[in-house]
Design a protein around this ligand. Structure first.
Ligand code: TXA
Ligand code: MG
Length: 330
């Protein structure tokens, strides 16, 4: 495995690796992805092997241009393309994945045999250039071992996947920090299957009310809903009020909550284990910091990580979703 700064030369080299069926980890605006040519079945199989991911969990196909949508999705099978047209014009490139009826030519491995396909156009210059210079359609899950914390830096990818990847393109920390929102447009009513970087409010302002799938499932048809996911190795619990425990780590939403907690507790906790998602209580900043702080606390030697839930609005819905799944150990 080679980690390289995402220069133009490195991107061209990485595109070549993809064309030859290899695996490349690359930055997007949400998290790092582990990419393979979406039409190469062997390369797709290697993604599942590298991640130790069950093949019932389908992949997102990344495009660089809405014009290539017809290569993977079959719009003629949609009752109406109005929502798709509105959302793709307004929110692509961006952290929105749309589920659509699939084209037959898309390998079953990419969609886990479902009649639908997940597609998005990422808003990141390195990702867009890599897609453009390779085969124009890259299947990419997040670049981490299945079920573990998502990677927001090239180092996270290296630690999680190591030699299983042919190249890691280092484009620095990702900007948004939580995965894309997954919106299903293949059924009669639009439905959010996974809250993420595009808020429900943004989507509803464009196409009206959408349902939020909030249940957990172990069923393969909605694998984004797996109950235990995005999990550190250390036990994690969401808290409202918790004691100060010497061997615990704490992740607060904002500085105010941390300060209040400090005033109420006298037992000394290692300062490095008391962290804040956003000093000023910005949900955008909290999302961007979420996985990096969980990675850091996971290796801090603490017995347990207590995490404070954040306000359940805007990006907060995606953050709380990840915290709930991270705290569920099966
Ligand atoms: O931000 C993101 O979406 C990142 C970056 C790399 O683009 N990717 C990502 O991929 O989070 P992944 O594989 O970790 O999560 C994709 C989720 C899966 O949990 C899968 O269940 C869901 O998308 N998915 C894919 N195809 C689907 C389909 N046809 N129907 C329902 N859910 C689908
Ligand atoms: Mg993932």
């Amino acid at each position: 495995m080679v980690k390289k700064l995402a220069t133009e030369d490195a991107i061209l080299h990485a595109a070549d690796i993809l064309k030859k069926g290899g695996l490349v980890a690359f930055p997007t605006e949400t998290v790092y992805g582990l990419g393979a040519d979406a039409f190469n079945g062997t390369a797709l199989a290697n993604i599942f092997a590298a991640k130790h991911r069950p093949t019932f969990d389908p992949l997102i196909i990344h495009l660089n241009d809405p014009d290539s949508l017809d290569r993977v999705a079959d719009r003629s099978n949609l009752n109406s393309t109005a929502n798709l047209d509105t959302l793709s014009a307004a929110l692509w490139p961006g952290p929105l994945t749309i589920i659509l009826p699939k084209q037959r030519s898309v390998p079953d491995l990419a969609t886990s045999g479902l009649p639908t396909v997940a597609v998005r156009i990422p808003d990141h210059p390195v990702a867009l250039s890599l897609i453009r210079h390779s085969t124009g359609a890259i299947a990419a899950p997040s670049a981490n071992r299945f079920g573990q914390l998502s990677p927001t830096t090239a180092d996270h990818v290296e630690k999680s996947l190591g030699d299983a990847v042919d190249m890691i393109l280092d484009g620095g920390p990702t900007g948004i920090g939580v995965e894309s929102t997954i919106l299903d447009l293949s059924a009669d009513h639009p439905r959010i299957l996974r809250p993420g970087g595009t808020t429900r409010e943004q989507i509803e302002s464009l196409i009206g009310p959408v349902e939020l799938f909030s249940g957990f499932s172990t069923a393969p048809t909605a694998p984004g809903q797996l109950k235990s996911h995005y999990a550190p190795r250390t036990a994690l619990e969401c808290f409202e009020k918790v004691p100060a425990l010497k061997d615990a780590a704490y992740l607060f939403f904002d500085g105010r909550s941390r300060d209040q907690w400090r005033e109420q507790h006298t037992i000394p906790v290692d300062e490095r284990r008391i962290r804040v998602l956003s000093e000023d209580g910005s949900l955008t900043e909290a999302a961007a910091n979420l996985f990096a702080l969980l990675h850091a606390l996971d290796t801090s030697g603490a017995d347990i990580i207590y995490v404070q839930r954040v306000p359940d609005q805007g990006l907060g819905t995606a953050i709380n979703d990840r915290l709930s799944r991270a705290s569920h150990h099966t």
